[in-house]
Ligand binder design. Structure first.
Ligand code: COA
Ligand code: MG
Length: 286
């Protein structure tokens, strides 16, 4: 799962376009991209879309619901679980109790709707509130539904009362880079996928590719898109290149003798390199 494309849940036009974008998943949005007075319409449209798109082989269908702290969250879920979404993107998480609560809601609704129990996965937006950042290491082992964790800098800066999340050079300020790294570490600690956040300047493809490649080097396994044009660059950035695959094969071969340390191309390799190479090759089989 390299790319998730956000699609506003109340936009007929964008829903119609989403499927062709080539994203590994769409995130049908019921939260911030939907105006308050259109939430009922959006719920109905998202439900219909899910019901009409049962073949999820090439594009999975996730739904972003409203935060559990709002009165919208439960009606969101009640409206869409019958469409058997592949997963729920949960925004503005504060801590592990949110995950446990969503897990219970989903179980109850799956049973009511005749949807396979446990089939709906969860991706947490785990850095949008200040308490969440302190809880990033505490999401593991609670539910097998937890599929991944992602982060965001926009809502966190609003939560902090910051006037901007950028420093003078245009880079993300330390607080947000900290949240990013903690999210990455938290996801790996919980043994789930770390997914990188949106790149909002959708006309800047070079910037998107740079950011995507940096995220992949850091360990993120996918990234969220907001515009169809962002999907292909993201997919490319998170797909191992032919050279990387070839090199990984050579690393695995170099260790075939059972030695703990080997030389390859004049460089010393030990267990971390073997692990990395095996992980890359394993990702090709997924
Ligand atoms: N999903 C599906 N289709 C999309 C899309 C998306 N996220 N974003 C744009 N498109 C479509 C547009 O409808 C347009 O097609 P059309 O001419 O047939 O209507 C085409 O792609 C080109 O769009 P463009 O004109 O370049 O962008 P825009 O000004 O229409 O939209 C945004 C810009 C940012 C408003 C739009 O990309 C968007 O809604 N993104 C998702 C926002 C979101 O969900 N945010 C919440 C998470 S942060
Ligand atoms: Mg938001």
């Amino acid at each position: 799962m390299r790319s998730f494309l956000f699609v506003p849940g109340d936009s007929e036009r964008k829903l119609a376009k989403g499927a062709a974008a080539g994203a590994d998943a769409l995130v049908l949005d019921l939260e911030d991209s939907v105006p308050a007075d259109r939430i009922e319409i959006a719920r109905a449209m998202v439900r219909e879309y899910l019901q009409a798109h049962r073949d999820r082989e090439s594009t999975r269908l996730w739904v972003r619901i409203n935060p559990l702290s709002t009165e919208k969250a439960l009606p969101d879920l009640a409206a869409i679980v019958c469409g058997a979404p592949d997963g729920i993107l949960l925004p503005k998480v504060t801590g592990p109790a949110d995950l446990t609560l969503l897990d219970s809601y989903l179980t109850a609704l799956e049973v009511r709707e005749g949807v396979e129990r446990g089939s709906i996965k969860i991706l947490l937006v785990a850095t949008e509130t200040a308490p969440a950042v302190f809880n990033l290491g505490r999401f593991g082992g609670l539910t097998a539904r937890l599929w991944g964790m992602t982060w965001g800098a926009e809502d966190l800066s609003a939560a902090l009362g910051a006037s901007t999340n950028r420093d003078e050079s245009g880079e993300l300020e330390f607080t947000y880079r900290l949240a990013r790294s903690m999210c990455l570490l938290g996801a790996v600690a919980a043994e789930v996928e770390p997914i990188d956040t949106v790149f909002t300047n959708f006309k800047d493809v070079d910037g998107l590719i740079r950011e995507s490649q940096a995220a992949r080097r850091a360990g993120f396994t996918g990234k969220i898109a907001i515009h169809p044009d962002q999907v292909e660059p993201i997919n490319q950035s998170f797909t191992p290149t032919a050279e990387e695959i070839e090199y990984a094969r050579r690393v695995v071969e170099a260790f075939a003798s059972g030695a703990g340390t080997v030389g390859l191309d004049g460089k010393m390799l030990d267990m971390p390199h073997l692990k990395q190479a095996r992980r890359l090759l394993a990702s090709l089989r997924k």
